[in-house]
Design a protein around this ligand. Sequence first.
Ligand code: TNX
Length: 566
Amino acid sequence: MGGLFHRFRPEGSAGDGPAGEWSIPIPTKGARVRRHRLHLPGSLHLLGSLLLVAATGLFTSGAAPAPAPVEPRPLAQVIPAPASVTEAGPPYRITGTTGIRVGDSPAARAAGEYLADLLRPATGYPLPVTRHGAGGIRLRLAHDGPYGAEGYRLDSGPAGITLTAARPAGLFHGVQTLRQLLPAAVEEDTVQPGPWPVAGGTIRDTPRYPWRGAMLDVARHFFTVDEVKRYVDRLALYKFNKLHLHLSDDQGWRIAVDSWPRLAEYGGSTEVGGGPGGHYTKEQYREIVRYAAARHLEVVPEIDMPGHTHAALASYAELNCDGVAPPLYTGTAVGFSSLCVPKEVTYDFVDDVIRELAALTPGRYLHIGGDEAHSTSHADYARFMERVQPVVARYGKTVVGWHQLTGASPARGALAQYWGLDRTSDEEKAEVAKAARSGTGIILSPADRVYLDMKYDRTTPLGLSWAGYVEVKRSYDWDPGSYLPGVPQDAVRGVEAPLWTETIENSAHIDHMAFPRLPGVAELGWSPAATHDWEDYRTRLAAQAPRWDALGIGYHRSPQVDWPAA
Ligand code: TNX
């Protein structure tokens, strides 16, 4: 590997490490997590705000040139594209007297506080979050609206902005839309001159699919809690709602299991390339779950079985058919390991791991992997899945598996995650379609479209290319609804962008591979098929770049997009 070990460092510390063969420039602002602000008591907030307002004055008086007038961004210039947009009337302007009104609902208050935290640093305004008050930004829950579990409506005009949703998630997604309608400078963490207009009109928005996921492989390389949080913040901006964590693989076991402590202590002690690896304690895992939940992302933990289990086999001799524990593995081969299907202790192990993980996970799903079990016979694979799926149900969770699970007998209600490509055999696709027709839900992660670890082109310094090069257009320009022949429309639950990390070692690497493809996957999952249009999308995508610059996101400047001058 290139030997780059840039790690996330908390605010204020230096973010640069040694440059290496695969060096991705780390933006100066990229080395810390935003939005971890202390919640100051009201009086301190006010004092801070007054100072900030005073600082703003410096921009508009004295020697500093007056800022150029800022045209409001068109309401349709959001990613993912909203379901319906009506531009009408003059804009609203956020000013020093704007308040955020949340009524009596704790959920509206939470969304309001989140919004205030987003807007205060760059605007320098106090933006008090209050129950009532005239004008300003109003957040309200209306349980009888046409919004569904995640939809919202945004009304904007000179008198104020109203966000309405039936559920807290809808308000949160509406807040992300409002955020994107403001100038990119709103993402800066120092006071900017403004102004802060939001175009007048109405957005009615609701997602196409209930599953809009991103997977992070924390097994091949370990990522700290802060690195994961940083990715969660990026996902929230684009209305993702599932964070799939690939917690175990041949190179590392990343979650503490009390009944089998060596899994994490020993099995988690290294990673691809031989680095120190790591694992999450139960409390750290809960912290990730909480952070994601506050941003309306559900954590889907994965323990990959029966293959991809070398780290577990190295940790416990009795899990091996021959009773001998192999040494730890830090290479990048796949398909060589298997739990011992005939041994009873295998199922004690599986039961313990699933029980402890299910207890830690408030989400509905538990992913049991099931891919590339090349060292397990088909009969053993089917037998294993028959025994393991009921364990997931016993602990109250719904099974998710990679699509090879459809070659066994998926449990009732199970979801299969398809990761094939154009060249996958018709037979394999037909097997997935058949399961879909019998009630298995499908999550689409075609490797030659949405695998974020695939290189963009020949020159990409990171990533793999076994599924080909995947540039932005290829990643965006397909339809999940008609992608797999013979799969009923309603079997498609959504899309997910996996990021495997054989070559990915830090947050700058994650950003470089995820941007600009990640927002396209978000749009495939959220926006109605009728809005899908590459030419329009590439314009909206280009308009995101200043926002990424302000957020410290280093991205691939794809030649397929007319980016603004850097
Ligand atoms: C295939 S996709 C894998 C992973 C690798 C990935 C690399 C899947 C279910 N299995 O084990 O990390 O390719 O792109």
